[in-house]
Write a protein that binds this ligand. Structure first.
Ligand SMILES: [Cu+2]
Length: 312
């Protein structure tokens, strides 16, 4: 009898723990239209942004969490804007509707599927709103946490690839990819590539042998990204970032526009090495989509951790 009571008590605790794990997470994003630096030389272009940044802030929740979301369109803006969370199952005409400058929109959704998802503006012309920088990443960590099949990484980086068009390109031309100028990695051309751009001051870093996890999202409006680590192999790849969708030992993986995937790379433990993380489509790589990953003893311990998973 004692045992039965104890089992019921333990089961009760387990139930409490399970329900306590799912949280309501408040997320607020403000749309700001502003001139923003788009390369390592400091050149600016008129961009439309979430929170004044391209990409917008990384939203991170756990599978099962409810996101209590508020979108504000700053009163100084000229355009109507909206948000489309790919991690949400809602009504496109309701939750994802456009709001005018000065207006606010609140809605909730439960993050039912784990993975790495894009969020973006869906207002007309969607091509222009995305191409001007209205995108970001929501990571939904699996409720089971890490396991042998989905190991804990030593470092994590978020890389978002976007477009840069010539200033003044019309929405109709953008839609057809006319006026395309460069590829942006986390908002800048050759952001982490001092090899191709002497003005670049940052690289991704890790210690030799560490498991580096890259949450990659392709925010380009028309083209897939052929994601490849030069001088390395993707140890494992999870399509959409879902632990159930695992592939092993891949070289180049096409990531469709508005898709996200998780890529793990493990460098040799016995020597320092460098990788160039590229979109292997040469027109993208050689116009900005190359990032250097340096694996060396004494790598910056903060990089790839905490709020430094997306290096600004
Ligand atoms: Cu917009």
């Amino acid at each position: 009898m004692k045992t039965r009571y104890r089992n019921a008590f333990v089961m009760g605790l387990a139930f409490l723990a399970a329900t306590a794990l799912a949280e309501t997470v408040q997320v607020k994003l403000k749309v700001v239209e502003k001139d923003l630096v788009v390369d390592n030389a400091g050149n600016t272009q008129r961009m439309w942004t979430y929170e004044g940044q391209v990409p917008g802030p990384v939203v991170r929740v756990t599978q099962g969490d409810v996101v209590d979301f508020t979108l504000t369109n700053h009163p100084d803006n000229e355009q109507s804007h909206s948000i489309d969370f790919h991690a949400a199952r809602v009504d496109v005409l309701d939750e994802f509707e456009s709001i005018k400058p000065g207006k606010t929109k609140e809605f909730t959704f439960r993050a039912d599927y784990p993975g790495v998802f894009i969020y973006h503006c869906g207002s007309d012309s969607m091509a222009e709103h995305i191409a001007r920088g209205m995108y970001g990443v929501i990571i939904v960590d699996p409720k089971e946490g890490y396991s042998e099949d989905f190991p804990r990484p030593d470092r994590e980086y978020v890389l978002v690839q976007g477009d840069l068009f010539e200033a003044g390109t019309s929405a109709d031309k953008m839609k057809m990819n006319e006026g395309w100028k460069a590829a942006l990695i986390n908002g800048k051309v050759f952001h982490y590539d001092p090899v191709h751009d002497p003005n670049a001051s940052q690289t991704l870093e890790s210690e030799p042998g560490e498991r580096v996890r890259i949450h990659f999202v392709n925010a380009m409006i028309n083209e897939a990204a052929a994601f490849h680590p030069i001088a390395g192999i993707w140890e494992r790849v999870w399509d959409n970032g879902n632990p159930k969708n695992v592939s092993w030992g891949l070289q180049t993986v096409d990531v469709a526009p508005a898709h996200g995937m998780i890529f793990d790379i493990v460098s040799p433990a016995d020597r320092p090495t460098n990788n160039a993380i590229v979109d292997h489509r040469m027109k993208h790589a050689l116009n900005g989509a190359i990032s250097v990953l340096m694996n060396y003893e004494g790598a910056d311990a903060d990089k790839g951790r905490g709020d430094q998973i997306l290096l600004r």
